[in-house]
Design a protein around this ligand. Structure first.
Ligand SMILES: [Zn+2]
Length: 338
């Protein structure tokens, strides 16, 4: 007798080198340095070898550059779902006015569709940034789901670590003061639910954290743990999956390009947690983690996860409220479109 495996979803936020330098406050970002030519083929090969179809959230600024078109089209061509990851990748997106948010998301959508041939139906905010305005705009634009929540109590801890490792101007500190979220975000639901906005409804597929404890387990976090204690990371992930099965939680797991890059690939990003590991060791752990996930769950795109959730009766309904209050509105950034 075979038992049907519960569903899980897998996604990759295709953050580029420039977006990390930007969040880090390094002016070098303005030249838009890229590693997509290395990362995209490597990720596609890796997923093909494991027969995995996932969602890739693309940054509009990268889609707007001609030199990236072919790479990005190859992602859609391999059957992966394409999502919108904003245009400028500013983790303080929740501070934008509604009008500016609409321009930001619309511009990203337009370039992403032109580059990949696929219109995104899912969105993930940079740095898990989300506001009621964003949800209204997504509903108005006909998006099926948002995937920008990370229900963890550790947001302020991650932020303290980040501030410790960066040198920022007072203005940059102000922009980033709620980066990675507030403690209260730890109480957000772990299971999919429905957002009800005055522009319509859409689903929320949270990036899953460990049931009960609400600690993150996205692959970058596991790699960070493994840099400290290699066996701990695998044991922790095994416990997370067991707890997901036990509580009936269908996990949505998140990947980043840096999970596929070792210290020999991006020396400028040495400040990033887990970037002291060599490529081989990282790929080995990513492989192990994804094998563990596929053994226990049927792995799909976030879009498929959203469709399966939408069919469930009694899905919880929430009305958006600002969890990171908009203190200030920021002048536009200086990123360029070529
Ligand atoms: Zn991102």
């Amino acid at each position: 007798m075979t038992t049907k495996k519960p569903i899980a979803s897998l996604s990759l936020d295709l953050d580029n080198k420039w977006s990390y330098l930007k969040t880090h406050g390094d002016p070098e970002w303005e030249r838009l340095p890229s590693y997509l030519d290395v990362v995209v083929p490597r990720v596609l090969d890796f997923l093909r070898a494991r027969n995995l179809t996932i969602t890739v959230f693309i940054v509009g600024q990268d889609a707007a550059l001609d030199k990236n078109r072919e790479l990005l089209r190859a992602i859609a061509g391999a059957g992966h779902e394409i999502g919108n990851h904003s245009f400028h990748h500013e983790p303080w997106l929740h501070l934008y006015s509604e009008e500016r948010t609409d321009t930001e998301l619309g511009r990203a959508e337009e370039h992403i569709e032109r580059a990949t041939g696929q219109r995104p139906l899912g969105f993930r905010g940079p740095g898990f940034s989300l506001s009621p305005a964003t949800l209204r705009i997504l509903a108005r634009r006909g998006y099926r789901y948002d995937a920008s929540t990370l229900p963890t109590f550790l947001g302020p801890v991650a932020r303290a670590y980040y501030f410790m490792r960066t040198r920022l101007t007072p203005e940059q500190r102000e922009q980033r003061k709620l980066l990675f979220g507030t403690f209260a975000e730890g109480w957000q639901p772990l299971r999919p639910y429905r957002w009800r906005t005055d522009a319509g409804e859409l689903l929320e597929i949270p990036v899953t954290t460990m049931p009960i404890f609400r600690t993150p387990f996205h692959v970058s976090y596991l790699l960070y743990l493994s840099a400290v204690a290699p066996r701990l990371a695998v044991g922790y992930f095994r416990a997370v999956l067991a707890l997901c099965r036990w509580t009936g939680t269908e996990p949505s797991l998140l990947l980043h390009p840096l999970d596929f890059l070792g210290r020999e690939d991006a020396a400028e990003l040495a400040f990033f947690p887990g970037m002291n590991l060599p490529r081989e060791r990282k790929l080995e752990l990513v492989s192990q983690v994804l094998d563990m996930l596929s053994t226990r769950f049927a792995v799909h795109t976030v879009g498929a996860h959203a469709e399966a959730s939408a069919r469930k009766p009694h899905l919880r309904v929430r009305v958006p409220r600002a969890s990171r209050p908009p203190h200030t509105r920021w002048a536009s950034s200086r990123a360029t479109t070529a």
